[in-house]
Design a protein around this ligand. Sequence first.
Ligand SMILES: NC(=O)c1ccc[n+]([C@@H]2O[C@H](COP(=O)([O-])OP(=O)(O)OC[C@H]3O[C@@H](n4cnc5c(N)ncnc54)[C@H](O)[C@@H]3O)[C@@H](O)[C@H]2O)c1
Ligand SMILES: O=C(O)C[C@H](O)C(=O)O
Length: 318
Amino acid sequence: MNQGKRVGIVGAGNVGATVAYSLAMLGSCHEIILRDNKIDVAKGKALDMSQAASAVRSHTVVSVAEEMSDLTNCDVVVVTAGSPRLPGMSRDDLLMINAKITKEVIEGVAKYSPNAIVIMVSNPLDAMTYVALKESGFERSRVIGMAGVLDSSRMASFIQEKLGYGGGQIRASVMGGHGDDMVPLPRYSTVAGVPLTDLLSSSEIDEIVARTRNGGAEIVSYLKTGSAYYAPAKSTAIMVEAILKDTKQIHPCAVYLEGEYGYSDVVSGVPVMLGTNGAEKIIEVTLDDMEKEMFKNSCNSVKSLIDTLNKNNFFEGE
Ligand SMILES: NC(=O)c1ccc[n+]([C@@H]2O[C@H](COP(=O)([O-])OP(=O)(O)OC[C@H]3O[C@@H](n4cnc5c(N)ncnc54)[C@H](O)[C@@H]3O)[C@@H](O)[C@H]2O)c1
Ligand SMILES: O=C(O)C[C@H](O)C(=O)O
């Protein structure tokens, strides 16, 4: 069913290469095209992955785009180009450097793969998704940020660790931006359908919420030279598959809001139905007063990054 599908991946570093590997092993698409400034590194990884695909009898071939102009007619383009943070940095510290890279990359994507669904990964995620949307001129359903799938998976793994049981049966929910004030939602988290609030005390749940918010930084503090990539890549691959297979399943994704949850002209993480056309539907769940306040803080943080870009005349001349 996915024969003929082309997935472009811009940035063949830790996250990009691991997304490619995951998709190649699953045979999710016919072709994966890697694009990176470090062309030889991309070529080496593409050869290595094509050989791994042969080993598992996957039909996926992995090739390299030497220029953005070679990244043509992709169905999905994943953008992981940009710097990762180092210990002591926040994702927001990457704003200006990664915004510039995103602008340059998206210009090429819009030109050479004009019908693609774009999945943004580079940080700070929500602001980069906003940049990609504005620079591409694509409709909002075609520019989607990956973060909620990752943050929810992290929360699920912390719940499993705390409980000591329930692995594979946990559905955790995280909304809001992919920053320090993301919005984990214990009220919408369950273990085999049992509400989390029936299984753990409020102080235990508070610990899980805090650890989820700090989940990326915890890994950066161990790795020291960059940030997490296995769970981020798998989360991205899940979104790519949902789009290629038109699953119509709901995943938490970063999308541009036009009035949903009372916010406009900002990108934030909300439940989204994914299909061939990208973010086909935004789901509005009921939030209580405290959850609404947290969502507001999170949207305001993203808005302040967009303000910084505007103050630096980032979007000028468009
Ligand atoms: N959204 C999330 O949840 C999430 C999770 C993990 C990482 N990230 C972010 O993803 C980005 C990539 O992380 P990583 O660990 O893969 O970093 P990395 O340094 O391993 O890879 C980044 C790659 O981008 C390439 N690159 C830079 N500018 C480019 C350009 N103009 N065109 C093509 N390629 C270019 C670099 O050569 C490098 O290979 C970072 O910004 C990181 O913060 C986001
Ligand atoms: O923490 C980071 O900087 C990378 C990514 O956003 C993550 O959450 O792992």
